[in-house]
Write a protein that binds this ligand. Structure first.
Ligand code: HEC
Length: 140
């Protein structure tokens, strides 16, 4: 191999390596699937406490509470829209995360209710958006 073609190969290798670095930087990071327990710890426990017992007089208990273990739609709607001192998680959590954290709430601390699927969260989110659109139309 001549000296110049060796240099050419080297340049190709360097170019290839830097392309690989760029490609790696551009590839979306793998989505980190948080468990229900860690989603709850990050988003809910400040008020409802890690024990799910809440703070009497301020934040309702979720442990042993009938509402979060009841029909799933009202619970999903509460998370999407918030209510009183309960914040809305519509913008912060996606369908899968809401399903995961609610499934956790429905099965932790001795709670015992069927899991909630992301598809049902998507459906409630969509119908809530339609409600908003209908209200906006009515307002005009
Ligand atoms: C900033 C404090 C706060 C955070 C954070 C919070 N909540 Fe709440 N939550 C409340 C309050 C206050 C209420 C009572 C609202 C009301 O009475 O209208 C409530 C009510 C609820 C209820 C209904 C309980 C019942 O019996 O009516 C559920 C279920 C619930 N929250 C789940 C969650 C979940 C799941 C998260 C995390 C994704 C969360 N909350 C985060 C304050 C909070």
């Amino acid at each position: 191999m001549s000296k110049s073609s060796a240099r050419y190969v080297m340049r190709l290798l360097v170019a290839g390596a830097s392309l690989a670095v760029v490609a790696q930087a551009q590839a979306a990071p793998p989505p980190t699937e948080l468990s229900g327990a860690s989603l709850f710890a990050q988003n809910c426990s400040a008020c409802h406490q890690l024990t799910g017992k809440g703070v009497p007089g301020a934040f309702p208990a979720l442990a042993g509470d009938a509402f979060p273990q009841g029909p799933p739609e009202p619970v999903v709607r509460l998370l999407l829209n918030g209510r009183g001192g309960m914040p809305s998680f519509r913008a912060d959590l996606d369908d899968r995360q809401i399903a995961t954290v609610l499934t956790y709430v429905r099965s932790a601390w001795g709670n015992h209710a069927p899991r909630i699927e992301p598809a049902m969260v998507a459906r409630v989110r969509g119908s809530a958006a339609q409600d908003h659109a209908a209200q906006a139309l009515q307002a005009h």
